[in-house]
Structure formats: C-alpha cells, structure tokens
Design a protein around this ligand. Sequence first.
Ligand SMILES: C[S@@+](CC[C@H](N)C(=O)[O-])C[C@H]1O[C@@H](n2cnc3c(N)ncnc32)[C@H](O)[C@@H]1O
Length: 281
Amino acid sequence: MANMVTEGDTTALDSLLEKVYRDTGYDFREYKRGTVIRRLERRLHATGAETYLDYMQFLDAHPEECHKLTDDLTIKVSGFFRSPYTFRQVARLVLPELVAYKRKQDERKLRFWSTACARGEEPYSIAILLAKFLGNRRQDFNISIYATDISRQALGEAQAGIYSLKDIEGLPEAILENYFTRREDYEMRADIRQMVSFSCFDLTSTIRQPFVNLDCIFCCNVLIYLQSQLQERVLNMLYDSLATPGYLILGEVETPTSGLNEKLECLDIKAKIYKKNEGGR
Ligand SMILES: C[S@@+](CC[C@H](N)C(=O)[O-])C[C@H]1O[C@@H](n2cnc3c(N)ncnc32)[C@H](O)[C@@H]1O
C-alpha cells in the first residue's frame, strides 16, 4: 500500500469514526486508538483502500462493508468461566453474603447483569454458577440475569445457546453433563437459558436508561478497549445501577480508574471484585 495510514492521521480517523457513528449508531470515537487503528487497517487491506478517505468512499459505495467494520471493531473473544479465579471468588465472596442478605430481608429477587456478554458464555457461566451454588434452593429465588452487548450478531448467537466442541473445550465433564444437552453441538439446557434474557445495550450510550437496582454486575474485558474518560463514565453509570449492597465484578484483565476505590470496598484485588455498601465505602 503506497499511502499507508499513520497514527498521526488523526483528523481523517476522526472523520471516519464520526461517519461510522452517523451511519450505524456505533460510537467508537472514544475507544483506544491503537486497537481501532489495527482493526481498521485490516479492513483497509481487505477492501484495497489506501487511505481513510478512500475507505470512507468505499463505505458509501458498499453499505454492507459497515457491518464488517463494526463486527471487526467489537472484539468478541470470550469463554465459559473465562477467568476461573474470578468465578471461584464470586462463589466464595459474593454469593454466600448476597444470598444470606436476601434471606434476612425476606427478598426473593436476585438480579445480575452481564454488560458485555459476547456470545453468551459469561451470562450462562453466571447462571451455572448460581444453579450450582443454590442447588435445591434455586426455587426459592426469582433469578434474572440480564445479558447485553452492542453486537446484535453476537446476541443472536448467544440467544440460540448452541456451542461447538471448541467453544466448550476445557469445561469439566460434570458441567457438560448437568447443564448442556449434547446434540450435534452442545446446547445450553432450557432451565439455564430461562435464567438469562438478552438485549442490545451500548454501555457508552447516554441515551438509553441502564438497568437499576442490580445485586451484581459483571463488566469484564470490555473497559480495556475504552479511553480512560469513557471508562470513568461507564463505571459511574454501573455504580448508579448497583443496589446496596451490590457487587461489581471487573475480572483480572481490567485496570479500573483509581476513583473506584473511593466509592467501593474492594473484596478481591486480583479478580477486581467490589462492593457498594450502605452510605458509601
Ligand atoms: C472481549 S469480549 C468480552 C466478553 C465477556 N465479557 C468476557 O469477559 O469474556 C468484549 C465484548 O464487548 C462488546 N462491546 C464492545 N463495546 C461495547 C459497548 N459499547 N457496549 C456493550 N458492549 C460492547 C463486544 O461486542 C464484545 O462482545
């Protein structure tokens, strides 16, 4: 490519991201530039465009390219119990305390939110974790796991709940036996699927009202793609969505802004498990 784009080409990149936002509603303007540029380069290469301007013209002439671009920019790598340590710590530190609190309050609702659920691996892992933890006591609770993502394609696959051998690789036999039905592929069992409801939600949007009064929010492996100011805004929104007590799980990869420690109690520094207490920290 003769005119390979450079990181310094910010004005053209700004215009391109502005256009993507206008045309699709997907807003990548405050995503980390390094990742966006690397992903864009793949699309430029695939379409034969040499500059961002060329690529904008290509987008105008080929509206279907927009879909490929947004698909590339939303990185959907995930896995069941992706960070085993985090899920173990949720089972150890969060669930016993939360369930005991609910019992004491004579309250039956348990409300979870998986905020960037990709193809459903995370919310279904939460459902399995709850099913395992509660056992026969599951009937005592009215469990809602809201699972959202910006990618409609990922949500469609998540809703179907069908996974390949590669997707379930490494899962213990007992989990496969108890929570999946083996057909050609592996299908999530209906009682696990019923605990989860999927919908499209852009974490960075200020237009749609987020869920409120949640007992536990998972926001794993998505903040890393956002610039720090946007991370801060999303974290503030999630804080407001939590009930008291409420738990925020960021997982092992995120490095949240320091402001979080002022508002929340940190229960596990490695898995980044935080608790919202009555009257602040
Ligand atoms: C790397 S996956 C993480 C999936 C899962 N949380 C995990 O930890 O395995 C990142 C997900 O974030 C989603 N995503 C990216 N930007 C988003 C946004 N603004 N709002 C909601 N989801 C977003 C992507 O579509 C993708 O499914």
